[in-house]
Design a protein around this ligand. Structure first.
Ligand SMILES: [Zn+2]
Length: 76
């Protein structure tokens, strides 16, 4: 039983480390090659969908970084 628990523990720890190493690569690949595809100009549905799953991601990042800059930059 102790040996079994040790094996499961090693599996959990090694899977977690592998996931942490692989995730940035997978996220970058999906983002760069899928989310940056341009939707066709004549499809409001695809334009809206693209903005909903990707455009907001960039908008929120810009708003957060501007807010943080305003908080940090006190000499304004
Ligand atoms: Zn993007």
């Amino acid at each position: 039983m102790l040996h079994h628990n040790f094996t499961i523990g090693i599996l959990v720890i090694s899977s977690t480390i592998l996931g942490l190493l692989l995730w940035p690569l997978i996220e970058y690949t999906i983002h760069r090659w899928l989310f940056h595809l341009q939707p066709p100009d004549n499809s409001p549905l695809l334009i809206t969908l693209h903005f909903g799953i990707h455009g907001l991601h960039h908008k929120v990042c810009v708003i957060l970084s501007q807010s943080l800059a305003n908080i940090v930059n006190t000499d304004k």
